[in-house]
Design a binder for this molecule. Structure first.
Ligand code: ADP
Ligand code: MG
Length: 256
């Protein structure tokens, strides 16, 4: 069975992990999200692409309410995203997010970066968090850096730690917003490889990226955004071989 079929089969099975229904958002007079409808099923990998300024980051940020929305609904496992308070904090903790900038805590060691969330938010014991944290650092290939400070690591290593830190919270889904855009070219693959493994392991993922090779190989679905709207979506092969809209054709030509 191909990965595409696996993702779709799972998606068809039950409630989407993430669902946006008729989501609209403005920044002042700028209509930044226009009637966005999106479902991400369990185990599905959805890649979001589109020109700069098309609303991809804002879309990601609405999923864990780092941005509010004007209308529509965001549902996590079928439940509306809580508006505020403890409930919001706990839902947020269930959705991992990895940004372009690595966002590690600069004055804490690598292992502390990974164990802080589980200890402070989930109430896991320090020993258990450390054991799990070391296992995650091994998984992303930086276990030998555990006692170092973030600044002592390369960008690619820091981004892998950021992924391990998110995974330590046992997220229901992971959002990646251009996770390799700030990296030197030789470090891009080491981060993408970790994401590929994650996808293969069945993680539900939304990935904003310009890495078209990754999109083609790993995604179950490509969503193309322009001017705040989803213009086109499809299976990666179909989308890349036969985009149906002029906007998507133009975009794909521009990045060749
Ligand atoms: P993308 O990630 O696709 O490049 P963004 O979601 O970052 O796009 O931005 C979409 C549009 O919203 C852009 O025109 C951007 O300038 C604008 N924008 C983003 N964040 C804010 C903000 N906090 N206040 C005002 N405008 C914003
Ligand atoms: Mg962006």
């Amino acid at each position: 069975m191909t990965q595409t079929q696996t993702g779709e089969a799972l998606a068809a099975e039950g409630t989407p992990v993430i669902e946006l229904r008729h989501v609209d958002k403005h920044f002042g007079s700028l209509h930044v999200l226009k009637d966005i409808n999106l479902k991400v099923g369990k185990g599905e990998v959805v890649v979001v692409i589109g020109p700069s300024g098309s609303g991809k980051s804002t879309l990601c940020r609405t999923i864990n309410r780092l941005e509010t929305i004007d209308s529509g609904e965001v549902l996590i496992e079928g439940k509306p995203l809580p508006q505020e308070g403890k409930e919001l904090a706990s839902t947020r903790a269930e959705i991992g997010m990895v940004f372009q900038s690595f966002n590690l805590f600069a004055h804490r060691s690598i292992i502390d970066n990974v164990t802080m969330g589980p200890v402070e938010v989930l109430g896991v014991s320090r020993d258990k968090a450390r054991e799990e944290g070391m296992e995650l650092l091994r998984r992303v290939g930086v276990a030998e850096q555990a006692e170092k400070m973030p600044a002592q690591l390369s960008g690619g290593q820091q981004q892998r730690v950021a992924i391990a830190r998110s995974l330590a919270m046992h997220p229901k889904a992971m959002l990646f917003d251009e996770p390799t855009s700030a990296l030197d070219p030789e470090m891009i693959n080491e981060v993408l490889d970790v994401m590929v493994e994650l996808a293969r392991g069945g993680m539900t993922m939304v990935v904003v990226t310009h890495e078209m090779g990754f999109a083609r190989r790993v995604s179950d679905r490509v969503v193309f955004m322009a001017d705040g709207a989803i213009i086109e979506e499809g299976k990666p092969d179909e989308f890349f071989e036969h985009p149906t809209t002029e906007r998507a054709r133009e975009f794909l030509d521009s990045i060749k």
